[in-house]
Design a protein around this ligand. Structure first.
Ligand SMILES: [Zn+2]
Length: 663
């Protein structure tokens, strides 16, 4: 999501960067924990090692992970095929759903039980949460739970077939054990009420419905940590497994529906006028107004339907979630984006770009949304990996969407200027790569999706707004919090930050600034090569932080544990200074002082009056032994105009005033 999207006080997406999480009503916040995991192993320089968990070491021994950051030869991952049906009544806001989940056990272990997320139980009476949620909603009402063809009963017992709901997690004890290589079918029927505006990341405002976390979703069972069954408390995001989805959504005719996945029955639900305009949009370079104010009727934008209803069918392959949106008031703009060779057939591919918004949102520049999305998808396809999905759709939703990412979809709420709407759009579209295509555990490692995305957002903004320095904004946000002393380390569960400010900095701004510093350390080519290699290796998979660290080391050929330790596991600050500059014969002695705790290379630019600029570098290793000062001897002639540390401003230094000489 977007850390600065406008929304209500205290909701997670909000302008609440420096409000404490515990100030949000009704929440229960887990106490902070330390970063170190038990059973760590040492490498690299003493005091600059990074901990690797015992669980990860076991995965390496088992061949599912490696010491180079690539998936191991025995890497495995679970898979689910979903068939979901839902009907929404926009008057009562009630959704009635039923689904069949075919869960394929590709692990080497026999499973006696499986876990399913009921994320909507965030709204159940008495639910635990650490963000504001609208009260007087309700949780998921289960009307049927069956597994392996046997109807199950709710039971608090831990033995025998049955199910048990604890907050947002349902444990299903299977009638028969599920051996490796076999599948289990779950049949579930449920009802829920779509929450009002104010619900994190979606909901309905009476006109626009953004339907998220609306179906029973398999929890991740992975090769490192087994079942990940952390509660959804509102702040920390998600860890979702991959699967294919067939979805059928029934709505009143005349209501436009857009969803993750490809619409597979366009001829049944869209009018011939809408179909013709979409066909134009699929190869147009401009924006096509597919549905305008005048078209918003059953029989004009959509077909007339049966008994006033239409069923929209979508198919989504290799995604980690499905969400959808609907309104009778939406306009629909469409175009397409060039993504490069996404399917590997050697020919360039395109993807559909859509924007759904209400007419009054033209004041927030939504008539530019499709253009912004097209630029973002094309930019990231060039710089990361080609966008492989059939569409990318931006939806004007309830204010409390803020900016929130879903596969192929983003819900954006609130009012925006052009800079803000581009920024939130490109940020959410950046999330299509992290965590939609590279499926990290956002709950335990928020920086792996938000930090990488914040960095990518800055690259897209610099391209779209020609030279706009979003990197400096990230750095400033990090340094401001660090100066104030409120910082905690990045390696921390997303529900265990003492304040929303410390969560925002550790998840978004600091990792984005740290990636800029890493680019400075490695050089742009090596950095980009390692970054895309990480994405390529973990495409549709579940990387751990260690996999990212080791991929950068593998590609660059460098031991970077000092870098990871400094910036991910500690809150050490960087403050490099030119202490003194003094003549020594026909030389000058430049004394560099490392005033902070962070060991980083020193990049020195010496500019002379004849226009020459000498670049000198001290490696980070000069500080590893705890040394604080280093003298660099440089020639006095030609005369020196000035000396500066880190002239490219790659590093997040606390105090730039002591980096230049003369002062
Ligand atoms: Zn985000």
């Amino acid at each position: 999501m977007d850390s600065r999207a406008p929304t209500r006080r205290c909701t997670v997406a909000g302008l609440v960067l420096f409000t404490t999480v515990s100030a949000c009503g009704g929440g229960r916040t887990a106490p902070p924990v330390t970063a170190a995991e038990p059973g760590t192993t040492a490498s690299a320089v003493r005091g600059l090692e990074i901990p690797v968990s015992e669980a990860f070491e076991r995965a390496v021994a088992a061949g599912t992970r490696t010491r180079t950051g690539a998936p191991g030869p025995k890497y495995w991952q679970q898979w689910t095929d979903y068939r979901l049906e839902a009907e929404l009544n926009p008057i009562s806001k009630r959704l009635t759903g039923q689904g069949t989940l075919a869960y394929h056990n590709r692990s080497p272990n026999t499973l006696q039980e499986v876990y399913v997320h009921l994320l909507h139980n965030l709204f159940a009476p008495g639910a635990r949460h650490n963000t504001d949620v609208p009260w007087s909603v309700e949780g998921v009402e289960l009307s049927r739970v069956a597994a392996q063809g046997q109807q199950l009963k709710a039971s608090e017992k831990d033995e025998g077939p049955g199910y048990k709901v604890d907050g947002t997690i349902m444990q299903i004890r299977l009638p028969k054990p599920l051996p490796p290589g076999e599948s289990a079918k779950l049949d579930i029927a449920w009802k829920l009420r779509v929450p009002p505006d104010g619900a994190p990341r979606g909901g309905q405002d009476g006109e626009a419905f953004y339907i998220n976390y609306w179906y029973p979703q398999m929890a991740v069972y992975d090769d490192v940590n087994g079942w990940q069954t952390d509660q959804y408390l509102g702040n920390a995001e998600f860890y979702m497994g991959y699967g294919n989805y067939d979805v059928a959504l029934t709505l009143p005719a005349g209501w436009l529906v857009t969803s993750t996945g490809k619409l597979v029955n366009p001829g049944e639900v869209l009018s011939s006028q809408t179909l013709a305009r979409l066909d134009t949009a699929s190869h147009a370079r401009g924006i096509v107004r597919v549905v305008t104010e005048a078209d918003r009727n059953a029989g004009t934008s959509t077909t007339a339907g049966t008994n006033g209803k239409l069923t929209w069918r979508f198919r989504a392959d290799s995604v980690r979630d499905v969400s959808w949106a609907t309104s009778s008031r939406y306009l629909w703009d469409a175009t397409n984006a060039a993504v490069g060779d996404a399917n590997g057939d050697g020919r360039p591919d395109t993807t559909a770009i859509n924007a759904f918004y209400r007419p009054e949102q033209r004041a927030s520049h939504w008539d530019q949304s499709a253009r912004y999305s097209r630029h973002s998808v094309e930019f990231f396809s060039r710089h990361l990996l080609p966008y492989p999905y059939p569409h990318m759709t931006a939806v004007d939703g309830p204010t409390s969407c803020g900016g929130m990412e879903y596969p192929m979809m983003t819900c954006i709420g609130g009012k925006w200027d052009t800079l803000g709407l581009y920024e939130v759009t490109t940020h959410e579209i950046g999330h299509m790569w992290f965590p939609m295509l590279v499926g990290s555990d956002e709950k335990r490692h928020a920086w792996m999706d938000e930090g990488l995305t914040q960095f990518n957002q800055s690259q897209a903004m610099a391209d779209f707004f020609k030279g706009f320095d979003d990197e400096e904004r990230n750095r400033r946000n990090y340094l401001n919090l660090s100066e104030g002393g409120g910082e905690v380390e990045l390696m921390r569960h997303g529900d265990r930050y003492p304040t929303y400010g410390s969560y925002g900095v550790a998840s978004y701004y600091k990792p984005a600034a740290v990636l800029v510093a890493l680019r400075g350390v490695l050089g742009e080519n090596t950095f980009n090569k390692a970054f895309t290699e990480y994405a390529r290796r973990w495409l549709y998979k579940h990387p751990q932080p260690t996999d990212l660290f080791r991929t950068f080391e593998d590609v660059s050929g460098q031991d970077l544990s000092w870098f990871w330790r400094t910036w991910f596991y500690e809150t050490w600050r960087l403050d490099q200074a030119i202490d003194t500059v003094a003549p020594s014969g026909d030389s000058l002695d430049v004394v560099i002082e490392n005033r902070g705790k962070a060991p980083m290379p020193v990049r020195l630019a010496v500019s002379r009056t004849d226009g020459q600029v000498d670049s000198l570098t001290l490696p980070a290793s000069v500080w590893f032994g705890g040394e604080r000062r280093r003298t660099l001897r440089i020639a006095r002639e030609p005369a020196i105009k000035n000396i500066e540390i880190d002239p490219d401003r790659d590093f997040p230094d606390m105090d730039r005033s002591n980096q230049a000489w003369p002062r």
